[in-house]
Ligand binder design. Structure first.
Ligand SMILES: [Zn+2]
Length: 289
């Protein structure tokens, strides 16, 4: 499948690279929060995790040839899925495809917080002690493969066009890079954008050490699901400058190491996510909270 003369993989990579580079420049020009850890260390680890994802997905699809796009082609060929049965105008088909797939990703994110074994894997993402565009690529390979199954299952039931799936994946990836970025939209623009889409200030709440805030704002692209299902928190209680990012139990530089992050799902869980007793104050903040 071709997009602007590129294969679907190259098209997604081009969008990803362009948005990542833009975010890195924006973060350098107008950072939102002061950095506590060296960028080199965190970025090399987060890039290393992404590389592990890439290798794992290649190995996985070699054994089990399933991806979201393959599922869409298969559904189309075999007449599977609602959209392959209904005769709808193309624009409506695409709109439904993007809305439903975004809801599925939102719901998948919610259950990774609620089911302990999934939280073990997802906490690799939350263990990042700072939040910037590189946090958006910090997902454990097992979570990426789990996500392939969830998306493929949803696609077999929904039957969206393969092109809509590629566009959706590019949108979600681009949006995740944007809303993890360490920068601030002007207040009025943020208020307008977040009516429909997740903004960096909205998603930062989700990376707070306070469990109530961690378990909110699950959206990666559209903000509507959190608003509809009551999981929306507008601002962090400690404020964007003073709030502590990451998980309470790991506020040192351990999460900046690749081996630590890859092994985290298999280490003894000492997650205090469900008890907010531990209070950590931001080492970089001058005042206390
Ligand atoms: Zn999360």
């Amino acid at each position: 499948m071709e997009f602007f003369g590129l294969s679907d993989g190259a098209f997604r990579f081009a969008i990803f690279g362009t948005v990542l580079l833009t975010m890195v420049i924006v973060e350098a020009i107008m950072p939102r929060r002061k950095r506590r850890f060296s960028r080199l260390k965190r970025w090399s680890t987060n890039l290393g995790i992404m590389l592990s994802d890439y290798v794992s997905v290649i190995a996985f699809t070699f054994i089990v040839p399933i991806t979201a796009v393959i599922a869409a082609f298969w559904a189309q060929k075999n007449g599977w899925g609602l959209l392959n049965i209904l005769e709808l105008p193309l624009w409506m088909e695409w709109l439904i495809a993007i809305l439903v797939l975004d809801f599925v990703i939102w719901f998948q994110h919610l259950i990774t917080h609620k089911i302990p074994i999934l939280w073990r894997i997802h906490r690799v993402h939350h263990s990042d002690v700072e939040m910037d565009a590189s946090t958006a690529i910090r997902f454990h390979p097992v979570e990426i493969i789990f996500s392939i199954f969830v998306k493929a299952g949803a696609i077999l039931l929904l039957g969206p066009a393969a092109a809509a799936v590629v566009i959706f994946e590019a949108l979600v990836n681009g949006s995740a890079l944007f809303n993890h970025a360490n920068f601030k939209l002007p207040k009025a623009i943020d208020a307008l954008v977040r009516r429909l889409f997740v903004t960096p200030d909205m998603h930062r709440v989700h990376h707070s050490v306070h469990p109530k805030e961690t378990d909110s704002n699950y959206g990666f692209f559209l903000s509507i699901w959190d608003q509809i299902f009551g999981t929306y928190i507008a601002q962090p209680k400690d404020g964007h400058d003073e709030m502590v990012i990451g998980l309470n139990e790991w506020q040192d530089d351990a999460p900046t190491r690749w081996t630590w992050a890859i092994l985290l799902p298999f280490t003894n869980p000492k997650s205090t996510k469900n008890s907010d007793k531990t209070s950590i104050s931001n080492p970089s903040s001058k005042g206390s909270d």
